[in-house]
Design a protein around this ligand. Structure first.
Ligand code: IDP
Ligand code: MG
Length: 153
């Protein structure tokens, strides 16, 4: 199990914060059995957001995306667990909430692609990049959950 334990970067976007969905979203990751490694509530700078979405810089929606993401505070988190990058994306649903199945965060809680309430890393590589962009190493907390043996066999 240790070999496949990963970390992913999850962020509740300004619309998720404003709509009071932080608790609901954190609850889903916590109840799944993933372990919280770091959490920070912040107003992200435009520079940070431009860097975070640098791969999308040539897309027509990029300026609007940076504006949306800087329009209010975000809840930035790191979660850890077996296959958490892929499973986290499954829990999020599709990029467009209209294509997201009921039971997923986007499928249950939002409607439009430009207001899709949550970010999740799409690969282990991007997770590592995003975690080091948003958090200092000393902000990442290691501990063994007392539930570990009840979650993993
Ligand atoms: P992802 O968040 O599911 O990984 P990406 O393709 O990486 O999706 O896009 C990043 C974010 O950019 C999306 O979550 C969404 O907020 C925004 N976005 C993507 N496509 C569109 C679009 O066609 N119009 C407006 N915003 C978009
Ligand atoms: Mg993405």
């Amino acid at each position: 199990m240790a070999a496949k334990t990963e970390r992913t970067f999850i962020a509740i976007k300004p619309d998720g914060v404003q709509r009071g969905l932080m608790g609901e979203i954190v609850k889903r990751f916590e109840q799944k059995g993933f372990r919280l490694v770091a959490m920070k509530f912040l107003q992200a700078s435009e520079d940070l957001l431009k860097q975070h979405y640098i791969d999308l810089k040539d897309r027509p929606f990029y300026p609007g995306l940076v504006k949306y993401m800087s329009s209010g505070p975000v809840l930035a988190m790191v979660w850890e667990g077996l296959n958490v990058v892929k499973t986290g994306r499954v829990m999020l649903g599709e990029t467009n909430p209209a294509d997201s199945k009921p039971g997923t965060i986007r499928g249950d809680l939002c409607i439009e692609v430009g207001r899709n309430i949550i970010h999740g890393s799409d690969s282990v590589d991007s997770a590592n990049k995003e975690i080091s962009l948003w958090f200092k190493p000393e902000e990442l907390v290691s501990f063994k959950s007392c539930a570990h043996e009840w979650i993993y066999e």
